[in-house]
Design a protein. Structure first.
Length: 189
């Protein structure tokens, strides 16, 4: 979100930055709202809802790297165990998506292929953010898991862990990031 008008300096106002930032945010919000209404290209989030409801769920946004997803799946099974692991594919190529879907099938993992992402190839962070927003709106929120986490596709457990243990004592968890005097929780783990 853009910072409050009061935080802009005179030089920013002379360059119309507050207005430009709000226009860019409005564009992003519009793209996000349209994207969240699109159906998955493969898999059905509604059919996953009964499987997810009341469970601990970890969702990764995959992108073109089937080997990384295979490693992550196997390491999660070995070191984390219980949570349901869902693979949400944001790949742009058909070959990449087919390879990731084959890994999901061989690993016995639920698979969704996300809608075509307008930011893919142009703005990787925005592409990933749209994917997370789609998953929240179309999978996580409607399915109502007992707890969930997004896991970047390049994070791999290397020892036994319970990523949901802290959630027994607090409602949210994540890596704290700062932008000036504002903060947010990193959604990657």
């Amino acid at each position: 979100l853009p910072k409050p008008f009061s935080e802009y300096a005179l030089a920013d106002w002379l360059r119309l930055r507050p207005l430009a930032h709000r226009l860019k945010q409005a564009r992003y919000d519009s793209v996000d709202a349209r994207y969240r209404r699109l159906p998955a290209r493969a898999g059905d989030p509604h059919s996953l809802a009964p499987i997810i409801a009341g469970r601990q769920v970890m969702v990764t946004v995959a992108f073109e790297d089937a080997q990384a997803i295979e490693w992550q799946s196997q390491l999660l099974r070995r070191f984390v165990g219980e949570p349901l692991y869902v693979i949400a594919d944001n790949s742009r190529s058909e070959a990449g998506a087919a390879a990731i879907e084959a890994v999901a099938r061989s690993e016995g993992r639920p698979y969704l292929r996300l809608p075509g992402n307008p930011w893919t190839g142009h703005a990787p962070s925005r592409s990933h953010g749209l994917a997370l927003n789609w998953l929240w709106a179309n999978l996580i929120r409607p399915a109502a898991p007992s707890a969930f986490g997004f896991l970047d596709d390049d994070l791999f457990p290397t020892a036994p862990d319970d990523p949901f243990a802290r959630l027994a004592r607090q409602p949210v968890m994540g890596g704290l990031r700062r932008a000036d005097h504002r903060w947010f929780l990193w959604a990657g783990f």
